[in-house]
Design a protein around this ligand. Structure first.
Ligand code: ADP
Length: 212
């Protein structure tokens, strides 16, 4: 978080002399209280200063980076995820390409009955198959996808930060958002309930930057 010189001076003064009233801060800077009011609002909303009636302003003890980290760790995958675009593993590569265009996504999740995750197929998987000269009207995506248990997943209750770290660590563009599901035979599967991609992170970044 980038502070202006004046905001930095206010923060330093309040750290050293707080709790202190708005009038005192303005006096120290030789400015009017009205002039510094927007700065006090920014510093308070950012969580760097705290204000208490009849006491004044005091330093929250948090650094600007700490405040940003706390904000990011408070956002869960559930609140930013998109609708998953899924295909069956018997879907032909040609139809998978068409689905990617129609639904405007770069990653498809491959599911079996009940929406249970079986694999992931990306743009490059499909491109590779096409360049290799296979008949894409006859080849099912099940042959070219990355298959379970090698699929990296996230959960609705995971933090966006942790899910983003998975994208970076595993060098992939998207993660299926899954929930554990118990099957009638007692076994367990992962039901696909969403899609978490780099676009979700970019959107969140833009929203946070706008001060929402
Ligand atoms: P692109 O192929 O468009 O660059 P990715 O970087 O996401 O997209 O995919 C690279 C490879 O990783 C592909 O082979 C794909 O099947 C695989 N992949 C994509 N997403 C995942 C995931 N969540 N878990 C495991 N593998 C994945």
């Amino acid at each position: 978080m980038k502070l202006t010189k004046r905001q930095e001076s206010i923060l330093e003064f309040v750290s050293n002399c707080g709790p202190v009233t708005g009038e005192r801060i303005a006096e120290m800077l030789s400015l009017t209280k009205a002039t510094i009011r927007p700065d006090l609002t920014v510093l308070t909303m950012a969580g760097l200063l705290e204000a208490r009636p009849r006491v004044g302003y005091f330093h929250s003890g948090k650094s600007p980076h700490r405040v940003v980290a706390e904000k990011l760790n408070g956002v869960l995958v559930d609140s930013v995820k998109s609708v998953p675009i899924v295909v069956n593993e018997n879907c032909f590569v040609y139809d998978a390409v068409v689905t990617m265009f129609i639904d405007d996504v770069g990653t498809l999740f491959v599911v079996k009955d009940g929406g249970l995750l079986e694999g992931v197929v990306s743009r490059k998987d499909l491109l590779k198959t096409t360049l290799a000269g296979h008949d894409i009207h006859k080849l099912p995506v099940g042959v070219v996808m990355t298959r379970m248990p090698n699929v990296v997943v996230t959960k609705p209750e995971e933090t966006v930060w942790l899910a983003a770290k998975k994208l970076i660590t595993h060098e992939v563009d998207a993660l299926p958002v899954v929930r554990k599901k118990t099957l009638p035979d007692g076994g367990e599967g992962l039901e696909v309930v969403g899609r978490f991609s780099k676009t979700n992170i970019t959107r969140l970044f833009v929203d946070l930057g706008s001060g929402y």
